[in-house]
Every structure is written in structure tokens, then in C-alpha cells.
Design a binder for this molecule. Sequence first.
Ligand SMILES: N[C@@H](CCC(=O)N[C@@H](CS)C(=O)NCC(=O)O)C(=O)O
Length: 227
Amino acid sequence: MNRTLYDLTAADGTRFSPYCWRVKLALAHKNLAYETIPWHFTEKEALAASGQGKVPVLLDGANIVSDSQIIADYLERTYPNEASLFGEPPARALSMFVKQWAEMSLHPALAQVVVADIHRRLHPKDQEYFRLTREAMLGRRLEEFDATRHLALERLDLVLRPLRKLLTDQAFLAGEAPNWADHIVFGALQWGRLMSSTPLFQPGDALLGWMERVLGTYGLEGATPAA
Ligand SMILES: N[C@@H](CCC(=O)N[C@@H](CS)C(=O)NCC(=O)O)C(=O)O
């Protein structure tokens, strides 16, 4: 069966969407092969069949599924014989806290660091759209983010503190093996580390070790950022 994921791309081919990374890890977790189609912000017509304009969009045979959480639930329902993305029911409920924390605390903190970098690395046809939508969303000119990068990095460090402590004490958010909660947070940090012009992590950082463990679990260590 054909399985295809629309995957946000920068001009140089870097796939940087945190939501797409979640889904790529979830597909690997379920051992499901897939191909990606690089997608640019302004290519809305390519997603028309999904009834909305954002990625990830997964074409799974005849099924068209969008939104990373809906895709995760779809994969869990459709492929019950593959490794569970959530584990037991309480674990799925807890992963919803991780999702809300990632989207309401971690993504905004990362966005302040990388939004101007992302703009510089987009295909020219996406740049104006990205500037208009992100400046409206964040309430500031993109150039202002470069000037306040040091403050954004300090804020990010604070937001990451509990995660760093946790991942010093245990291998994965989900315990001894990664699951959807790890995929969600990985997606965010992968977005940040692929697109930030300044390194987000120092060598030896517990978060880096965890990211390598997540990729290693799925045999993705050597994966290029475009995979
Ligand atoms: N709730 C959605 C969010 C998806 C989302 O925001 N995707 C971004 C890329 S990271 C997008 O496609 N944005 C299109 C746009 O801003 O026009 C999910 O979990 O998949």
C-alpha cells in the first residue's frame, strides 16, 4: 500500500516541522514504510483534498488524514497489531499533557529563537507569507527576534529545565522506551536544532543524548534532516 506524508521543507531541503517529525517517528514506531513529499507553506492547493492547509497530511492508501494528533490516533486504531504509540490508556491521557505543554510552553519559547532563522532559510516564494503570518501571530517584526535572541535562549533554558532533569534520571519520557510523548517533544527540539543559527545544546547535554536515543531506537541515527 502506498503511504505518503506531506512534509514541510526549507529552501535547502531541511524538513523542519515539529508536527511532521512527530508523525515520522510515530510511523517508524509502528514500523510503517512511507515516502515524503516536500511541501512549501504556499502550496495550499496540494493539500486541498485534506480540507485544510497545514502539514502533516498523511495519505495512507485511500485515507487522507491531517493533524499530528489525529494521525497518531488513526495509526493506533488502524494498526493495532504494531507497537502501541501510547501504551495503556492512562499513558495516552498523560501524553495529552505533554502535547499541551509542548505546544503552549515549548513551541512558543523555541519560536522566539528560530522564527527569524526559519524565514531566512525558506524558499523565496514562502518568505512573504511566512513573514506576514508569523509577525501577526507573534506581534513583532522578525528583525526584533535577532536583537533579543539572548533573552529567548534564557527563556528556553528555563522551559527546558524539568525536561533536562527528567532525561538525566530516565532514558525516555515514557520510561525505558520512547512513545508518542517522546515523539511530540522530539519534534519540537528537532525543529529548533535544525533551524537555529546558534547551537541550542552543548556537547554532553542530556537532551542531546535523549535525541540520539530516540533516533537510535528507530534506526534513524544516520537519517539526513530531509528524511
Ligand atoms: N495541530 C496541527 C498543527 C500543524 C501545523 O501548524 N503545521 C504547520 C507546519 S509546522 C503548517 O503546516 N503551517 C502552515 C501555515 O502556517 O500556513 C498538528 O498537530 O498537526
